[in-house]
Design a protein around this ligand. Structure first.
Ligand code: SF4
Length: 392
């Protein structure tokens, strides 16, 4: 049986956050029903295609049998309690959900209550990823989030009461109005709640977002670079001190609570993405569905699932990506796995680069693995650029 993951994209949100450039849309609730119909058809089309290709991806009942399933967005929990079962049924129709080791759903604290969370547990969702971002109301308002800090606290408590024993909280730093004290309070609150996993992201200004526009108009006031760097240093020191291992640049978990699904992205494991804007990595190709919901649905209703090849990976591109992605994790590049995938020793390809970066203190190597050092984690993008290979 092939190792692979499945990602399901639910592109609806109640309101667009000011920093967000994900393929997500507010005010399109009328499209939920036909969208779910398109998702169902896409799953069926891909399932048939993989069956015809003789792929070893099916369980004994002929359904897709991934190791992990991730329902993301958008805001999957924007769907009402009456609509969520439709999602579950369409997934159950095509995916062997009973035997999946990890099923994650993303949730916005402003869209969940006890009833909805219990329903998610009943369906077998084992992991809840809550987009909290901050517990400070001023920061939340400044980002256009729909929930308060109190609602985020309540969402975690209700999730725990509903039986979720694997909860992840997303937090952000470098936010408008955020100072060190506000950040520390949010981190301490997340720690006090006893969640199993914390993801931390620095604010990025993305083109076309409300924040981008505000910045062009001189209306966005952000913490200084110096303060933002101090925030990063604080987070990356305090979480490991409190037992959360940094297993990826932005992700910290209690032992054994790493996101298996996200780890597989960094470990070169294939995945199938369903829904508007979803990516797939299968064979030597990367695919991307149209981001606009209307275009996605039109294509699927014409039977054109998995038709958009974004990139056909050459060996060079595959090696580069293999290294960038593996280096994001604390496990780093496995020398043995590199040799198994490419039939070459990693030192034959990257020997000079690795020695130079080890000397600069950005990489560490122990014969079996090549990893980012502590300071390499901070300057990850510069290190990754060194793994680009010259054109043949
Ligand atoms: S809830 Fe998430 S996906 Fe939706 S707009 Fe906000 S950041 Fe984007």
């Amino acid at each position: 049986m092939k190792d692979f993951g499945i990602y399901i994209h639910i592109p609806f949100c109640r309101q667009k956050c000011f920093y967000c450039d994900f393929p997500s849309f507010a005010g399109k609730e009328k499209m939920i029903e036909p969208y779910l119909e398109a998702l169902e058809q896409e799953l069926g089309q891909v399932r048939r295609r993989l069956s015809e290709a003789g792929e070893a991806v099916f369980g004994s009942d002929g359904k897709l049998a991934p190791q992990t399933l991730y329902i993301g967005g958008g805001t999957p929990t924007v769907l009402e309690t009456v609509a969520l079962p439709d999602v579950f049924y369409l997934l159950q129709k095509h995916i062997d959900v009973e035997n999946i080791g990890e099923i994650t759903i993303e949730a916005n604290p402003g869209t969940v209550d006890g009833e909805k969370l219990r329903l998610l547990r009943q369906f077998g969702i084992s992991r809840l990823s809550l987009g909290v971002q901050s517990f400070d109301d001023g920061c939340l308002r400044a980002m256009g989030r729909i929930h308060s800090g109190q609602e985020a606290l309540a969402a975690v408590a209700e999730a725990q009461a509903a039986g979720f024993g694997n909860i992840s909280v997303d937090l952000m730093y470098g936010l408008p109005g955020q100072d060190m004290k506000i950040l520390q309070e949010s981190v301490e609150t997340a720690l006090a709640l006893g969640v199993q996993h914390i993801s931390i992201y620095g604010l990025q200004l993305e083109a076309g977002t409300a924040f981008d526009k505000m910045q062009q108009q001189g209306r966005l006031i952000l913490p200084s670079d110096e303060l933002t760097e101090k925030m990063y240093d604080y987070i990356t020191a305090v979480l490991p001190e409190r037992g959360y291992q940094r297993y990826e640049i932005s992700n910290f978990a209690l032992p054994g609570r790493e996101s298996r699904h996200n780890l597989s992205y960094w470990q070169d494991v294939p995945y199938l993405g369903f829904g508007s804007g979803a990516h797939s990595y299968w064979g030597d190709c990367r695919y991307q569905n149209p981001a606009r919901i209307e275009v996605y649905m039109e294509e699927i209703f014409q039977g054109r699932a998995m038709c958009h090849i974004e990139e056909r990976l050459t060996e060079k591109a595959h090696m580069e990506e293999f290294c960038f992605l593996a280096l994001r994790t604390s496990a780093g590049i496995s020398v043995r796995r590199f040799a198994a995938v490419f039939g070459r020793d990693v030192h034959e390809v990257y020997g000079e680069t690795v020695s130079r970066l080890v000397q600069l203190g950005l990489l560490a190597e122990d014969g079996e693995r090549i990893c980012l050092s502590q300071s390499g984690m901070k300057y990850g993008n510069q290190v990754f650029a060194e793994f680009l290979l010259p054109d043949a």
